[in-house]
Design a protein. Structure first.
Lengths: 191, 191
């Protein structure tokens, strides 16, 4: 099935993912093309947990809306279906969330890079997200130990690179994370 | 493959394309991702020439609009910039013609596959075209001697696959090609 999809002469859609194997790998569709990534490693999950904990706490205290950990299918457009590590969306967007899938662009997306999907996170997904109505896109770039923040309102070329201090969300009230805490080894988080 | 210099790990834009060498390669951007194709071979050019003659005659005699052949860039967004082999735009789209590039979706696009060109690139282009207003997209496959037809209005999951007979455009009045003639050997005239 996978080989067939990889060699398809037509742009793929959400229904095509229904037949992909349940093997722990992540199956996504970018511009109609099947993209496969391996399961996350331990550091990925450690960092993701830290971002989620702070995001979830901030959202719980505000009127913002909802937070969801991946894997959660998000259909940005008909031929762009992604499975981000973490998404957040406003209460006004709750109608876009069904049991199976989130329809359209959530307000906030965070991806933690892995070796095999880093290039997609940094290039194609960044371009897709900022052009599709995602207001804020965080990429935790493990390889370069930095966080890239794209703000849709300011366009593709205006992108923030954070390597120290506090990382503060512009869209989610009260959501911030200390850069040092993000990459600290387990058990060494300050405060 | 040219190193897409310093910005290979973020979405490239049309500004980056301007810095690339004029070396006969075709440089395109799909979601900020650089796609490099070598200069076309004779077979590709012969087929392109045959299509151009018929398409140009049809767009002119029907007063549909104008036919343009590669290299000429079409800018769908800052990070989606392509150079189709042939395109036709309507008279009322003339304002999208900006002198050195065309902005937005031409009504009709034809791409001719080369032995080295990637099928997934064409799937990605089909997605870009269909989601952004191209009405009709033909992928001509010289080796398989067939044409894949994507029609936006039809909203079909599969492109139509034409292997024989006469194919008529649904978009450009009076434009049609006889597949046998299109794929005939270059030097038929001397046989």
């Amino acid at each position: 099935v996978v080989a067939e999809l990889l060699d398809s002469i037509r742009p793929l859609v959400y229904d095509d993912l229904a037949n992909t194997p349940d093997d722990g790998r992540r199956y996504e569709i970018l511009q109609g093309e099947l993209i496969i990534s391996g399961p996350p490693d331990d550091t990925h999950q450690l960092i993701l947990g830290r971002v989620f904990a702070r995001l979830d706490a901030a959202v719980a205290k505000s009127e913002f809306g909802s937070v969801r950990l991946g894997p959660r299918d998000v259909r940005i457009t008909k031929h762009n279906i992604v499975v981000p590590d973490l998404i957040a969306y406003r209460t006004t967007q709750r109608a876009q969330a069904t049991e199976r899938i989130f329809e359209g662009a959530p307000t906030f997306i965070c991806e933690i890079t892995s070796e095999d999907s880093r290039r997609y996170d940094l290039v194609r997904k960044a371009s897709l997200y900022v052009n599709s109505g995602v207001d804020e896109y965080w990429i935790v770039d493990r390889e370069k130990q930095r966080v890239l923040i794209y703000q849709a309102s300011r366009g593709v070329t205006d992108r923030q690179i954070v390597t120290e201090g506090s990382i503060i969300s512009n869209n989610i009230p009260g959501f911030s994370i200390d850069f040092a805490d993000l990459f600290a080894p387990e058990g060494e988080i300050g405060s | 493959m040219v190193a897409a210099p310093t910005r290979a790990y973020e979405p490239l834009t049309y500004k980056d394309l301007e810095t690339l060498p004029d070396d006969g390669n075709r440089y395109e951007l799909l979601e900020g991702d650089l796609i490099v194709s070598p200069a076309p071979g004779l077979r590709h050019q012969v087929i392109s020439g045959r299509l151009f003659k018929a398409l140009d005659a049809a767009t002119e005699s029907s007063r549909f609009g104008m036919t343009v052949y590669a290299p000429f860039s079409v800018r769908f967004s800052a990070s989606n910039v392509v150079e189709p082999d042939l395109m036709a735009f309507r008279v009322d789209q003339y304002h999208q013609y900006k002198g050195t590039y065309f902005e937005g979706a031409p009504a009709f696009v034809i791409e001719i596959l080369s032995p080295g060109s990637s099928r997934t690139d064409h799937v990605r282009k089909a997605t870009l075209y269909m989601e952004n207003g191209v009405e009709e997209y033909w992928i001509v496959e010289p080796q398989a001697k067939r044409i894949l037809v994507h029609l936006t209005v039809a909203d079909e999951p599969m492109p139509r696959i034409i292997t024989e007979g006469r194919l008529e455009s649904a978009t450009v009045p009076g434009f049609s090609v006889e597949l046998a003639a299109l794929f005939a050997p270059e030097l038929k005239i001397f046989e």
